[in-house]
Design a protein around this ligand. Structure first.
Ligand code: F6P
Length: 526
C-alpha cells in the first residue's frame, strides 16, 4: 500500500478543502440546500448519524469515498472479518467481531463454550449457589485489571447501571496506587467478595500486584489458601500464570491472542458486565455490536456509519490540521465513554510508522477527549466557541430518558435541547458589531449521533461503531491499529527505576533528572 499523500485523491482533497477555509465560507449557508440533511445523514436501526454540520459538500464527500477506495478500504474490511493477520507487527488476526457473531455467522465453538461457562458462573453467583469460604453468598465483585481489561467493562457497567439485576455491587480496581485497592476494600467483607482478575497476559504489573494484595487481604480472614478458589476467578490467555497465582482451574476463563485488549469487553473480560446485568442482557450487548458489524461489512461506503465517521476524522486531521477530537455524550450514564475511547482510539492510532516501516508524513491519531454534557458546557465549551483551536465534536444523545424521578422527561428534554443548541451555536456563532469580545465566529463542525434509547443492544452498536471508525482511520492512514509497542518501553523502564528506589546500589546510569528524583524519593524520611 502506498503513502496516502501520494494519491491523486489526496491532492484533489487538498484543493477541495480550500472551499471551507475561505473567509466568506459559512457552514450555516450550506443549509440553503433543502436536501442537505437528507444527503448527509444516515441511520442504522435506532442510531441516526447526522453529519450535515460538517465541512462536506457532495464533491468533497465523493472524493473522500474515492480516497478510501484508493486505500483499499473494502478489501481491508473483508480482511478484518475473514481473520486475516491484520495485526502485521505481531502476526495476528483481530477477530473481536467473532466474539459477538452467532455460530452460523462467523462465531466459533470456543467462543460459545466460553459464553456458556460465563452463564454458569453468573447463574451460580446470582442464585447464591456460589458460596464464599464461610458459606455466605457473594455480594460484591471486584474486577482487577487495567487498560482494556478495565476501561471497557467499567464503562459498560456504569452505562448500563439501570439494567443491573441489583444482586451485586461492582467495583473496579486498576491503578497500582495503593489508594485504589485499599479504599475499595475498606468497606468490603472478604467472606462475600469475589475477585475477577482480568488480564490477557497475566504479566501486567499493576494487575499482578493488586491481585496479590487482594489475595493477602482475603487470607487475613479466610481459614486457608483453599479459600482462594471460592473468591478468585481469572480471565487470561496465560492459564499457567493464573494457576501459579492460585486460581482454580475451574475458575479460569479463556482469552485469545486474536482479541486485542482494548477490543476485549465482548469476551470473558466482560464477566463483570454479565454479573451486573445478567447473561441475557450481555448477549443483547453482543447482538447490538454484531448488528453494527454486519452494517460495516455490507453497507456501501457512502452510507456506512463507521466509514463516514472515520473519513471525517481523516479529513479534519489531514486537511484542517485538527489535533484533537471531542466526544460529548449528553448522558451522565456515558460519563466514562471519553476515557474508554481514549484507549480505543489513541492506543490504536498513536503510530508514526506505517505498515511499510516508513515514517508517516501525515497527521495520524488525534487526542480524543470529552466529558458529559451539560457539565462540559460549563467547563471547556468556551474554548469550542471562541478559542483558536480547530476541534471537531461528536455529540451523542438518547431520545428516551433514563431518569425515574418526577419530571424526568421534562428534564431530559432540557438535556436534549442543550445538546442541539450547542451544535447549532458552534455552527452559526453570533456576530457583534459593538463588542468584539462577544463575537462568536461559528463555522465549527460537529456530528450528532441520536439514538432512541440507552440499552444494552444500542450501547453494543455504539461501541462497535467507534471500534470500526478507528479501523477505517488506520486503513486510510496505512498504520497498524492493533499493536502498542510504545507502551512497552515505559513498562520496562519502570522496573529498573523501581529497583533503584528500593536499592541504590542497583541505580543504573540514569540521566541527572531521573537520578535526582530517585534520590529524593529514597532519602525522604519514612
Ligand atoms: O497498556 C497496554 C496494555 O497492553 C493494553 O493494551 C492492555 O489492555 C493493558 O495493557 C492490560 O493488559 P493485560 O490485559 O494483558 O493485563
Amino acid at each position: 500500500m502506498k503513502n496516502p499523500k501520494d494519491s491523486d485523491a489526496w491532492k484533489e482533497l487538498l484543493l477541495l478543502s480550500a472551499e471551507f477555509k475561505h473567509d466568506d465560507f459559512s457552514l450555516a449557508q450550506l443549509f440553503e440546500d433543502d436536501d442537505r440533511f437528507d444527503s448527509f445523514s444516515v441511520s442504522h436501526e435506532s442510531l441516526l448519524l447526522d453529519y450535515s454540520k460538517n465541512f462536506v459538500s457532495n464533491e468533497s464527500f465523493a472524493e473522500l469515498i474515492q480516497f478510501a477506495e484508493h486505500m483499499q478500504l473494502p478489501a481491508a474490511i473483508n480482511a478484518l472479518f475473514a481473520g486475516e493477520k491484520v495485526n502485521g507487527s505481531e502476526g495476528r488476526a483481530a477477530l473481536h467481531t467473532a466474539l459477538r457473531a452467532p455460530d452460523n455467522e462467523g462465531g466459533n465453538k470456543e467462543v460459545s463454550a466460553c459464553l456458556n461457562k460465563m452463564e454458569s458462573l453468573v447463574k451460580a453467583v446470582h442464585s447464591g449457589s456460589w458460596k464464599g469460604f464461610s458459606g455466605a453468598e457473594i455480594t460484591d465483585v471486584v474486577n482487577i485489571g487495567i487498560g482494556g481489561s478495565d476501561l471497557g467493562p467499567s464503562f459498560v457497567c456504569d452505562a448500563l447501571a439501570d439494567f443491573s439485576t441489583g444482586k451485586l455491587q461492582l467495583h473496579f480496581v486498576s491503578n497500582i496506587d495503593p489508594a485504589h485497592l485499599d479504599n475499595t476494600l475498606l468497606n468490603l467483607n472478604p467472606a462475600t467478595t469475589l475477585f475477577l482478575v482480568a488480564s490477557k497476559s497475566f504479566t501486567t504489573l499493576e494487575t499482578k500486584q493488586n491481585a496479590e494484595a487482594a489475595k493477602a487481604w482475603l487470607l487475613e480472614s479466610a481459614p486457608s489458601t483453599d479459600s482462594v478458589k471460592h473468591h478468585f476467578v481469572a480471565i487470561t490467555t496465560n492459564a499457567n500464570a493464573a494457576k501459579a497465582f492460585g486460581i482454580d482451574e475451574q475458575n479460569l476463563f479463556p482469552m485469545w491472542d486474536w482479541v486485542g485488549g482494548r477490543y476485549s469487553l465482548w469476551s470473558a473480560i466482560g464477566l463483570s458486565i454479565a454479573l451486573s446485568i445478567g447473561m441475557d442482557r450481555f448477549r443483547q450487548l453482543l447482538a447490538g455490536a454484531h448488528s453494527m458489524d454486519r452494517h460495516f461489512q455490507s453497507a456501501e461506503l457512502g452510507r456506512n456509519l463507521p466509514v463516514i465517521m472515520g473519513l471525517l476524522s481523516v479529513w479534519y486531521s489531514g486537511f484542517f490540521a485538527a489535533q484533537t477530537h471531542a466526544v460529548i455524550p449528553y448522558s451522565q450514564r456515558l460519563q466514562q465513554l471519553p476515557a474508554y475511547l481514549q484507549q480505543l482510539c489513541m492506543e490504536s492510532l498513536g503510530k508514526g510508522v506505517d505498515k511499510n516501516h516508513e515514517s508517516v508524513n501525515i497527521n495520524t491519531g488525534e487526542v480524543v477527549w470529552g466529558a458529559p454534557g451539560t457539565n462540559a458546557q460549563h467547563s471547556f465549551f468556551q474554548l469550542f466557541h471562541q478559542g483558536t483551536q480547530f476541534i471537531p465534536v461528536d455529540f451523542i444523545a438518547f431520545i428516551e430518558s433514563c431518569g425515574i424521578g418526577a419530571d424526568a422527561q421534562e428534564r431530559h428534554e432540557q438535556l436534549l435541547a442543550n445538546c442541539l443548541s450547542q451544535s447549532l451555536a458552534l455552527m452559526e456563532g453570533k456576530s457583534s458589531s459593538e463588542n468584539s469580545y462577544q463575537d462568536i465566529p461559528g463555522n465549527r463542525p460537529s456530528t450528532t449521533l441520536l439514538v432512541d434509547k440507552l440499552d444494552p443492544y444500542n450501547l453494543g452498536s455504539l461501541i462497535a461503531l467507534y471500534e470500526h471508525k478507528t479501523y477505517v482511520q488506520s486503513v486510510v492512514w496505512n498504520i497498524n491499529p492493533f499493536d502498542q509497542w510504545g507502551v512497552e518501553l515505559g513498562k520496562s523502564l519502570s522496573s529498573e527505576i523501581f529497583a533503584a528506589i528500593q536499592d541504590s546500589s542497583s541505580a543504573a546510569n540514569f540521566d541527572q533528572s531521573t537520578a535526582n528524583l530517585v534520590s529524593r524519593i529514597r532519602n525522604h524520611p519514612a
